[in-house]
Design a protein around this ligand. Structure first.
Ligand code: 2RA
Length: 335
């Protein structure tokens, strides 16, 4: 497979290269793409050096697949250009996620919606991915009516500048700022910009993307997304109201055998999911599973996952793996 990675020098792009190598994705030619200032520089993939090329040069090579993590404007502009030469694009930006003609995919949840005609596929938002991986088996078993989620999101979700701000603040260095406030020893109850309804774009992503991926607009979701000074991954406190009642031990057993999920729930021994434990892993970790005793058919749980891996790079590579396994890549779209 000729594989392009667009945004190859960013946090997610670099993680995409790492995951492609770890999972031995069948790469016959790697085409790293980054901004003009990076063209000609080199990246390392499986111990070999590869020169970064321009978008135009990458498109001229007609890759089989292009993994994008280069921002929404680049995706809007250049994903269609790749698709026109037959490339299948998996895009990590939010550009295409709510486009009704594009699929929004978490393989453990809805990979079966994919067809050979899908030439631009959207990778969901990291905080949405980890939640739906855990909630899909519960929705199938008990039918979700309403979700109340509060997130505790790593600075890596913002990017290198935010990680640098945190580290500089810890070292007492006055450097460039990614946030309007200090992030060390603080939490910022805002991720992305506010809309007219008082919710941020990040919160609206969790609301809308969850319904699209689960294929059920009847699921009511409300969200509060918060930035915290950690590195290893995003954490979420989730309250779920179901149509049908459940047994907590049955829920734990169901989750433990669900794809992509690891249940870490042994409070007697203080075992529960934490970002430092999820870091550099691909699973979604679920713990603190307990009944909400204030209303019927309602569950509380705690969900943690590495936002750069399952929340972005690994999910994109898993989509690519599914396309290859089902022979959906490299098949010319119907005229
Ligand atoms: C964040 N989910 O955490 C957003 C984008 N990665 O900032």
């Amino acid at each position: 497979m000729k594989v392009a990675v667009v945004g190859a020098t960013g946090l997610v792009g670099t993680k995409m290269l790492q995951v492609l190598a770890e999972r031995n994705f069948p790469v016959t030619e790697l085409i790293p793409v980054a901004s003009a200032k990076s063209v000609g520089k080199e990246i390392t993939y499986k111990g070999k050096q590869f020169k970064i090329v321009s978008m135009d040069e990458a498109i001229s090579k007609k890759p089989d697949i292009a993994l994008f993590s280069a921002g929404g404007s680049t995706s809007l502009n250049d994903a269609p250009r790749f698709a026109e030469v037959g490339t299948t694009v998996v895009d990590n930006s939010s550009a295409w996620r709510m486009d009704p003609t594009k699929k929004l995919v978490v393989p453990e949840v809805n990979a079966d919606v994919l067809t050979a005609e899908d030439k631009i596929i959207a990778n969901p938002n990291c905080s949405t991915i980890q939640m739906v991986v855990a909630l899909k088996p519960l929705h199938d078993a008990y039918h979700i009516k309403r979700i109340v989620v509060s997130t505790y999101q790593s600075v890596t979700g913002t990017g290198v500048k935010a990680v640098d701000q945190l580290m500089n603040e810890r070292a007492g260095i006055d450097g460039p700022k990614a946030y309007p406030y200090k992030i060390d020893l603080n939490v910022i109850p805002q991720i992305d910009v506010f809309g007219d309804n008082g919710y941020t774009k990040e919160e609206m992503k969790m609301i809308k993307e969850t319904q699209k991926i689960m294929g059920d607009d009847s699921i009511r979701v409300t969200a509060t997304t918060v930035r915290i000074p950690v590195m290893g991954g995003h954490s979420e406190s989730v309250n779920i109201e179901f149509e049908r009642d459940f047994d907590v031990e049955e829920v734990k057993t169901l989750l433990a055998k669900s794809p992509g999920v690891i249940v870490t729930d042994d409070i007697a021994n203080l075992k529960y999911p934490m970002p430092l434990d999820a870091h550099e892993k691909d699973e979604v970790f679920v713990g603190r599973i307990r009944r909400d005793e204030t209303q019927p058919n309602t569950l509380n749980c705690w969900i943690v996952s590495d936002n750069l891996r399952k929340g972005a790079a690994t999910n994109a590579v898993q989509i690519a793996e599914y396309l290859v396994a089902k022979h959906l890549i490299g098949v010319p779209a119907e005229a």
